[in-house]
Design a protein around this ligand. Structure first.
Ligand SMILES: [Zn+2]
Length: 85
């Protein structure tokens, strides 16, 4: 399972610097995207795994992405570091 270079919260690709989240000291996060993580903290700390999955699904549907791609992406989310307990 190749989970490198994707956000460890929402599974979005974070290969490019401008979509990487930021740490408290202003450096780029290597683990989370800009939508999930800013200044060293999650933007939405209360969100549950189920809510994350449905919000990613909705977001990708809005972008008219193919259903197979959406399914592949959301199936990765429960395995990401943020959701592994
Ligand atoms: Zn993210």
């Amino acid at each position: 399972m190749e989970n490198k270079n994707i956000c460890q919260s929402c599974s979005m690709p974070i290969a490019l610097d401008h979509v990487k989240g930021s740490e408290k000291d202003g450096t780029k996060s290597t683990n989370y995207c800009i939508y999930c993580y800013e200044n060293g903290a999650f933007k939405d700390p209360q969100i549950t795994l189920g809510q994350m999955i449905s919000s990613v699904e909705k977001q990708m549907e809005k972008m008219n992405l193919p259903g197979k791609l959406i399914e592949a992406s959301i199936s990765k989310i429960p395995k990401l570091n943020r959701w592994r307990i």
